[in-house]
Design a protein around this ligand. Structure first.
Ligand SMILES: [Fe+2]
Length: 562
């Protein structure tokens, strides 16, 4: 991860106020915070200050965050929030006692206080998690500050304690309070999953979009003259692109439907079907219209360019192609294509639906994202390909999308579900599968995992009662990640279990022949069994899990036949 100083970040797309320039007539920094503290205390009758550390409280931090979002909307500025979590703090507490643990928390608070600016805001977010709000600060600047804080925390403990940090920026990486918090939390989880003692930003190297770009682009070269095709293919292959070749438009059309092409270089004058007609057909098909088409035309052939524009071509290259020009066009168009792939309109609708389920089910805040992260981390540990890890992320986000069709009276029922209600609830994997089926090509193995995330190896799961090898590894991983998250987050009538208790239950389930023990073992390698329940299950009780998934777990544990 790149670190940088403030003066290096001028070009960052996040608008940051220049030094000394006032964005409003309001008070700034500490004075404003004091005024806001008065308002907060009056309205909530709650304290703004944490008794142990003297930093602001979790509640007041949320209040300030809302204020900062409003300010950002008014003046078009951005801000970054960071979470700092002491690594394995529970273990330290057990070993040294809570008095020493409290001392560490106070020392960490002092470090944070001494390494942020006057305008920044630090709070004890809960337990051993601290939050910092960096107003009008881009993520690179915030990262530099967080890295300094992590270094100092190591020093105060004589290198016996480390801390991890995660950060995210508003509005460039998240457009709401909930999202900026969950993105920073996600970054913190990633920092911990990748060895702790480091800071990660949302949007850095672990984002799904980056991961999707890791496979070499596939380029189709279409020309009736073999020598011309070979020449272009040679240039592209030297840059590690994968290359397919077609000798006319009709052949090209067939290939774009059969392969996941990222870019097409097309000659215009060809037998059977010329380049203009092939381009027009590609650009009018909903399945292929996002593939960039570059037409190879003769110098100053204005008529061909006009025809090409009418056919929907994205670019023109004069033949014989110049190597530098060809590769430059290629790189930029492939990047656009990859981004388009990640955010096709249908996919956006599905992700919006998945979020709608979270809103509908009052107890699922953050559940799908956590399951996606955990499933991807397990897949990485198992050495899966990037494509399969991407599928685990998609599967994690979409696994419960079928709940969109489950009545809210069942989804949010306070007590246990009746047999009839369970029958309805158990339709959600099939419903999710049907909803996602049109995206079969994009989702790949995620589609089957959405349908089978409640299957059990002994055949007692649903909806298909699959057994053993009939259940894909993706579905087995999703099942473990789903149950683990349900157990380690709070719900209406049960507090979150500790990671060690949740793992014990998962191991029992594996011993009973229901879950894959190899997946449970990989999970144990990722999580910290000594941590408090759920990475962000703070005393504020903000993070709760899907009542129904947790119900499912509890009911199944009580009655193995379900
Ligand atoms: Fe489910």
């Amino acid at each position: 991860m790149t670190q940088t100083t403030a003066h290096q970040t001028d070009q960052y797309l996040c608008p940051v106020r220049n030094s000394g320039q006032s964005s409003s007539s309001e008070l700034d920094g500490p004075e404003l915070n004091l005024q806001l503290a008065e308002v907060y205390q009056k309205e909530t009758e709650a304290s703004c200050s944490d008794n142990l550390t003297g930093l602001f409280t979790h509640g007041f931090f949320h209040f300030l965050l809302e204020h900062e979002i409003n300010r950002s909307k008014r003046y078009g500025t951005c801000f970054t929030i960071g979470f700092i979590d002491i690594d394995s703090f529970d273990r330290y507490n057990r070993k040294h006692g809570s008095l020493k643990g409290d001392r560490v928390l106070r020392d960490c608070a002092n470090v944070i206080r001494n390494h942020i600016r006057k305008v920044d805001v630090a709070a004890r977010f809960g337990g051993d998690i601290f939050a910092v709000l960096f107003p009008e600060t881009d993520p690179l600047q915030a990262e530099a500050a967080l890295t300094r804080i992590l270094t100092q925390i190591k020093h105060i403990s004589g290198n016996s304690l480390t801390a991890s940090a995660g950060f995210a920026a508003y509005p460039v990486e998240a457009g709401s309070k909930r999202h900026v918090i969950s993105k920073a939390e996600e970054a913190l989880r990633e920092a911990k999953a990748n060895g702790r003692n480091r800071s990660y930003g949302f949007g850095s190297e672990f984002t799904p979009t980056d991961e999707l770009e890791t496979e070499a682009p596939l380029v189709l070269v279409v020309d009736d003259e073999p020598l011309n095709r070979e020449m272009v293919a040679y240039m592209l292959e030297r840059k590690d692109y994968r290359v397919l070749q077609a000798s006319n438009g009709a052949e090209a059309i067939k290939m774009v439907h059969d392969s996941d092409i990222d870019l097409i270089f097309m000659d215009v004058m060809m037998p059977e079907m010329n380049g203009f007609e092939a381009c027009r057909r590609i650009k009018t098909s909903s399945e292929t219209r996002m593939i960039p088409v570059v037409l190879l035309t003769a110098l100053d052939d204005l008529e061909s360019k006009v025809k090409g524009i009418e056919a929907g071509a994205d670019e023109f290259i004069t033949r014989p192609p110049n190597k530098m020009e060809l590769l430059a066009r290629d790189a930029s168009l492939v990047k656009v294509k990859k981004l388009n792939d990640s955010f096709t309109s249908i996919e956006n609708v599905l992700f919006a639906l998945a979020n709608a389920v979270e809103i509908k089910d009052h107890y699922t805040q953050g559940h799908i994202q956590r399951v996606a992260d955990l499933a991807a981390a397990i897949g990485r540990r198992m050495g899966m390909s990037q494509a399969r890890i991407n599928a685990l992320r998609f599967g994690g986000i979409l696994h419960d999308i079928g709940k969109i069709g489950i009545p809210e009276t069942i989804l949010n029922k306070a007590g246990r579900l009746t047999d009839e209600e369970w029958k309805v609830m158990k339709t959600h994997p099939e419903m999710g599968y049907s909803i996602c089926l049109p995206l079969e090509k994009i989702l790949g193995p995620a589609l089957g995992a959405i349908r089978h995330h409640h299957e059990k190896l002994d055949g007692t799961g649903y909806p298909d009662g699959l057994k053993d090898d009939a259940i894909t590894m993706e579905a087995r991983i999703l099942a473990v990640a789903d149950i683990y998250d349900a157990l380690t987050t709070t719900r209406r009538y049960r507090k979150a279990m500790s990671p060690s208790k949740a793992v014990a239950i998962l191991r029992e389930e594996a011993a009973d022949g229901k879950l894959d023990i190899s997946v449970v073992s990989e999970l144990v390698g990722i999580i910290d069994l000594n941590e408090t329940p759920g990475p962000f299950a703070t005393d504020c009780g903000q993070h709760t899990s899907s009542s129904n998934d947790a119900d499912a777990v509890d009911s199944r544990l009580a009655s193995p036949s379900i």
